[in-house]
Design a protein around this ligand. Structure first.
Ligand code: C2O
Ligand code: CU
Length: 495
């Protein structure tokens, strides 16, 4: 990871903030790490010391932030939902830095239970990865923990709790890593976070998980419209939610983005859902996909695109004149799509349940994209091929990797320096968003670079990466309920 000197010079302000927080962070680092193993996460019997602080090297910019996970009530647009969130709002804050900066992010746990923060998609040092039982003990209620890391790659990322199904409450936010060499070429930039929502208005995520595992049949909301054969993703999910949200708002009280006709806007789309794949379109517009999971692609135009849980896509759009719905339609679930509005002129917004015609056309998937040449993984034969078999079904809600649930399956063994191929075989009838920690992969088929990819029912995908970041890492299904029910596996480096 780069901590080289050609970074933005330190400003007086960053130096001062840095010193201030640095001192606080050192004190804070002395708090509970005694390994409160039943506060979330899986008891791996490991114990963890306090995190090792990092200090900026000369010329490296320091970015500090504080996250306060705590109980709160959020306004979904006329609907009050008691829940847990960072800083009292959903989505959580946007944390912004540049590639190569040092991030020091302090987390003060105001929740009644343990928590962690995972920096999804970032190739960071292992101890900042936020996985309870694997890289740290959960942060105890009232305790403080500081995550220090250097993000090496620019892009759109997000962060979320990695304890239990806390991600299905409001514990998520966006992490934007700017490219110091980014050409730009757009007039505005919007962050658009998608979510499926139940907490405080329906069952709690913990109750949903308990019912699913108890074999209640799966569908917390007694889901309908989940046709087995729906292309391209088979069954859409296990949970039917009371609400679907764009930037924390229901479709009847949407956020409005104001702009001028003819402006070019970069939209950073983040799917923070626990159980929902979305099809996204901006009524009356074509979207140009420029990045997925942070990595540049060969620009590709589309009317609509799919986003799985944990995936991010950046699109650029040239705005027309009027009022348009930016719609996120849950795949395979009968529900009013979530939306925001884009207003560049006069006119009435379309009805809350309007479905842009773009959603009836071709909808782009990762398979339609190729990587930008600059981000291609240098081609090399795989030194080792590791099978990752996704299994299980709705019957008894036992989701597995390589035949057993997390904790019972054998960790995948990596050898440092090797080009490694994960052969992900989906032997179930559902689509699973497969996510790798600490590394990013290239799809062997197209070379597309990603960290989270939708693997269709009965599909096999080969994912290539270099084992160049030692530590204990997770790979798992980013359906929060599947993951918690066992569809996770550890990756361990051979000594
Ligand atoms: Cu965003 Cu292990 O997850
Ligand atoms: Cu899954």
């Amino acid at each position: 990871m780069s901590t080289s000197a050609e970074r933005t010079p330190l400003t007086r302000r960053t130096v001062l903030t840095g010193l201030g927080l640095g001192a606080a962070g050192l004190l804070a680092a002395c708090t509970n790490n005694s390994g409160d193993h039943d506060m979330g996460g899986h008891d791996t019997g490991r114990s963890f010391g306090p995190p090792t602080p990092l200090q900026p090297v000369p010329g490296q910019r320091l970015v500090t932030a504080t996250l306060n996970p705590a109980p709160t009530t959020v306004d979904l647009g006329g609907i009050q939902a008691p829940t847990w969130a960072y800083g009292g709002a959903i989505p959580g804050p946007v944390i912004r830095a540049s590639a190569g900066d040092l991030l020091q992010i302090t987390v003060r746990n105001g929740l009644p239970t343990g928590t962690t923060v995972h920096w999804h998609g970032i190739r960071l040092r292992n101890e900042a990865d936020g996985v309870p039982g694997l890289t740290q003990a959960p942060i105890a209620p009232g305790a403080t923990y500081r995550y220090d890391f250097v993000p090496p790659d620019p892009g759109t990322y997000f962060f979320h709790s990695h304890v239990g199904v806390q991600i299905d409450r409001g514990l998520y936010g966006t992490l934007v890593i700017d490219d110091p060499r980014e050409p730009g070429g757009y007039d505005a930039e919007w962050v658009v976070v998608l979510d499926d929502w139940t907490d405080g208005v329906g069952k709690t995520p913990d109750d949903i998980l308990a019912e699913l595992v108890a074999g209640g049949g799966g569908h917390a909301g007694h889901g309908m419209g989940m046709g087995m054969g729906d292309p391209p993703w088979g069954m859409g999910g296990d949970v039917t939610y009371p609400d679907y949200l764009v930037n924390g708002r229901v479709a009847t009280a949407p956020e409005t983005f104001a702009a001028k006709p003819g402006q070019r806007v970069r939209i950073r789309l983040v799917n923070a859902c626990a159980d929902t794949i979305f099809a996204v379109a901006l009524g009356g517009h074509r979207l140009t996909v420029t990045h997925t999971d942070g990595y540049a692609v060969q620009p590709r135009e589309c009317g609509a695109l799919y986003l799985g849980m944990g995936e991010r896509y950046d699109v650029v759009v040239t705005l027309a004149d009027g009022v348009f719905p930016l719609v996120a339609a849950p795949f395979g679930k009968l529900a009013i799509p979530a939306r925001a509005l884009v207003r560049t002129g006069s006119g009435d917004p379309p009805a809350a349940n309007a479905r842009p015609t773009e959603l009836a056309g071709e909808i782009l998937t990762h398979a339609d994209l190729a990587p930008a040449d600059a981000v291609r993984l240098p081609s090399k034969a795989a030194d080792s091929v590791l099978p990752v078999v996704l299994g299980g079904g709705m019957g008894n809600y036992a989701w597995t990797i390589n035949g057993a649930a997390y904790g019972k399956n054998t960790p995948l063994q990596l050898t440092a320096g090797q080009r490694t191929r994960l052969r992900v075989v989906n032997q179930s009838m559902m689509t699973h968003p497969f996510h790798l920690h600490g590394h990013t992969f290239a799809l062997a088929s197209t070379g597309l670079r990603k960290d989270t990819v939708l693997v269709r029912h009965m599909e096999t995908l080969d994912l290539d990466f270099d084992a160049d970041n030692r530590g204990s890492w997770m790979a798992h299904c980013h359906n929060a309920y599947h993951g918690e029910a066992g569809m996770m596996i550890e990756l361990a480096y051979r000594a």
